[in-house]
Design a protein around this ligand. Sequence first.
Ligand code: ADP
Length: 205
Amino acid sequence: DIPCVSLLYKLDRLKPAESSTYTPSSTYNDKIALLRNDITKLEVDSIVNAANNSLLGGGGVDGAIHRAAGPELYDECELLDGCVTGSAKITKGYRLPAKHVIHAVGPVYQSTKRQGKHTSLLQGCYRTSLELAVDNKLKSIAFSALSTGVYGYPSDEAAETAIGEVRKFLDSGKGDSLERIVFCNFTEKDEKAYFDMIPKFFPPD
Ligand code: ADP
């Protein structure tokens, strides 16, 4: 019972859908996709996990990724010595259809907002994840909606930061080697936020 109002790409091979309710900009038409699905099902070069500082698993999408990837993922994560908030580290994907997992540690909204750091920390997650994908010669990356679950980030604000940072990265030319950047939402509220926000950063012609 998941109405995919904004499915730009079919899930199977992430090919362009025959019909889409949303017309993306021609500039990045072939790069940006919005999906509503379980990120552990995506056959892409990398998926971005909403991890915590320990990188040793948790609830939400983190738990789903560790369950689907198998215990080898935990073993590799144990060697990473955690990760600071606003950054990310990469591992292999093990039993996932995705080749790699990029573990990004998003900010807890309330506490970081009080310090005025929430936006720059969330931007750091998206920027570092994109850099890791490029540095590892990966062609596709699918983001979960970092910090919008237990960490309490409002969906519309998170979508604005996420999409804005991706746009900035592409405009800098650093993302030229990336073929597809997927925003993989799970909830209707996140999907709606992305659906409203994508045209602001990637306007249709
Ligand atoms: P955080 O602690 O960073 O808020 P959560 O895992 O609680 O992380 O939530 C991050 C986002 O991941 C939420 O929008 C949640 O709906 C979404 N999510 C949960 N499970 C999945 C999944 N299997 N695939 C994709 N997204 C998921």
